[in-house]
Design a protein around this ligand. Structure first.
Ligand code: ADP
Length: 540
């Protein structure tokens, strides 16, 4: 076939080159692990990225070899993203909140020989490294002054010293666009974690699609602060889409409490942010107790677990900030759907608009989705029928890293989420399949109940689990964390739910807790809750 267009492979190095050439003076601001706030630009970052690529070359890594990181969101982690991926290696980001044995398992599974880590993770690395035989380069992401004074580990290299001796001259290789550039493991709450290996092409296409107006709508006029960590699913691709758009990037480092986030947002005039609901819960609490305001923040994306409608409303009504509900998965790089209004919704009452925005939203271009029944037959898009959500697209995995069998079913990736899709194409997650509650043959959505419970003024967090029941197989039980000083009884809570959900969905009991167990990715650990409360409805 005659090819009339240029064959330019999609490589992640093109993103940083573009940011340098067209937005070179735009800033990248990081709160560092050392405690200070560091400032650089896309141009300087590109120069340092080339230095780092040279430094990596001296380590003699093979193409596609994994370079692991245990690090917060900072400029050095960003340099690693581009240097490692740009020269054809794979940046294997690791979540430091996982257990040491899980981290060691991942490092061994990915065969990593090099680990870059923030100085404050030294105690963790000291526990993990002895279990990883292949690991022979340990690099502390700091300068000589802040290097740990002593360590149980034999040799620790210093990041800035590696950089000092490396040349800034480096020509990015033209790589096969299907070559890998990133690796992230699912958190593996059951069984061993599984790795999603992202390609150059999938990463660039994901950056394109996620920056679009009806997706995250990122432009060069934005100041983007990813609170979502760079150690889990590429901080939802923002380090790449910010470069593509030429946006200013603000990286919050390890300080993720409400006060620190708000201070940095105000200092750097952040317009756009992204994170899981628990992060926004913390920020909202801080704003309410301090009577603080946002001067520049306009939009923030919330995903990773269902965002309670009460939170969307609070941000909008009290602070004029649009909370954008998005859905994704590690296996989708991660973005799949985003909740934005269509023009037909613009003239409608705010409450009607809210109902639309509470859903997880529209598939972004590149992602195709459908819902299926247990036999695999496609279900109608009527907003009522619910079934397993299946997706496909160029940034969806077709296989797990070094895994014998493909997860695909007839070319589609089964998400394990149960959802509805309405006639306008808005998808709404009912539950994770394993969290759906089956009571006397009826399905009960834990998310629906949690959303209603969170609307009570005294509720800080809510989680609903299915608990074994002698008559109904399973019944819902609601766990509630009250707001500090709030007065709430079991009866108040159950009365509040009456009329808001079907009668058979009203929980059998309410358990008050000081806090809820969380997974390493900031979600309520329902598996643990089910284990803890498995006998709650069984008579002794
Ligand atoms: P893990 O936390 O297990 O590593 P992911 O971070 O990939 O995995 O989580 C993906 C899952 O998170 C989805 O399959 C879905 O169940 C849940 N999820 C993500 N976004 C949302 C959302 N907006 N609403 C409800 N559930 C969500």
């Amino acid at each position: 076939m005659h090819k009339s267009m240029m064959q330019m492979p999609l490589n992640v190095s093109a993103l940083i080159q573009h940011a340098d050439r067209h937005h070179g003076n735009t800033e990248i601001v990081s709160r560092r692990v050392e405690g200070d706030v560091h400032r650089t630009t896309w141009r300087e970052l590109h120069t340092r990225t080339r230095q780092l690529a040279n430094a990596l070359t001296t380590l003699g890594l093979e193409p596609g070899e994994r370079v692991a990181t245990l690090a917060w969101n900072t400029h050095r982690h960003l340099e690693l993203y581009y240097a490692v991926g740009g020269c054809g290696k794979v940046v294997h980001t690791i979540n430091p909140r996982l257990l040491p044995e899980q981290i060691a398992w991942m490092l061994n599974h990915s065969d990593a020989r090099v680990l870059f880590f923030d100085a404050n993770f030294l105690p963790l690395v000291e526990v993990v490294a002895p279990h990883c035989e292949r690991l022979d380069h340990l690099v502390v992401m700091t300068d000589r002054t802040h290097m740990p004074s002593s360590s149980k580990l034999p040799t620790l290299a210093c990041y800035e010293e590696m950089m000092d001796t490396a040349s800034t001259q480096f020509d990015w290789p033209e790589l096969d666009e299907n070559a890998p550039c990133g690796l992230c493991y699912t958190s593996g709450t059951t069984g061993n974690p599984k790795g999603a290996l992202y390609s150059q092409r999938s990463t660039v296409l994901h950056a394109y699609a996620s920056a679009l107006p009806d997706a995250l709508c990122i432009s060069s006029r934005d100041v983007v602060m990813p609170v979502v960590p760079m150690f889990h699913v590429n901080a939802w691709g923002l380090p790449y889409s910010a470069a593509l758009a030429g946006a200013k990037l603000v990286l919050p480092g390890p300080a993720l409490d409400g006060k620190s986030l708000h201070t940095l947002m105000e200092q750097e005039c952040v317009t756009f942010s992204a994170g899981v609901p628990t992060i926004w819960q913390g920020l909202l609490h801080y704003m309410n107790t301090e009577g603080a305001r946002f001067a520049s923040l306009r939009r923030t994306v919330v995903g990773g677990s269902a965002c309670p409608p009460a939170m969307i409303r609070a941000f909008d009504e009290q602070y004029g900030v649009e909370l954008i509900h998005a859905w994704g998965m590690t296996e989708l790089s991660p973005l799949g759907a985003v909740g934005r209004l269509k023009s037909k919704h613009l003239g409608l009452h705010k409450d009607v608009q809210r109902k639309v925005l509470e859903k997880q939203g529209h598939a972004i271009f590149g992602i195709d989705m459908k819902i299926v029944d247990e036999a695999g037959a496609e279900l109608p898009w009527d907003g009522k029928a619910f079934g397993e959500l299946m997706v496909r697209g160029p940034w969806v995995i077709s296989e797990y890293f070094k895994h014998p069998s493909s997860p695909l079913r007839d070319g589609w990736f089964p998400t394990g989420d149960v959802a509805t899709i309405d006639a306008d194409g808005y998808m709404q997650i009912t539950d994770r399949a394993k969290d759906l509650i089956k009571s006397g043959g009826e399905w009960i959505s834990s998310i629906e109940l949690e959303n209603e419970a969170c609307a009570h003024a005294a509720v800080s967090m809510a989680a609903v689990i299915g608990v074994p029941h002698p008559k109904w197989d399973e019944r819902p039980v609601l766990l509630v964390v009250k707001k500090p000083g709030a007065d709430l009884t079991r009866e108040d809570m159950l009365d509040f739910l009456q009329g808001k959900v079907a009668k058979y969905c009203i929980p059998d009991d309410v358990i008050f807790a000081d806090s809820l167990p969380m997974t390493a990715t900031g979600k309520v650990h329902k598996l643990k809750l089910r284990e803890q409360h498995s006998a709650h409805l069984t008579p002794p």
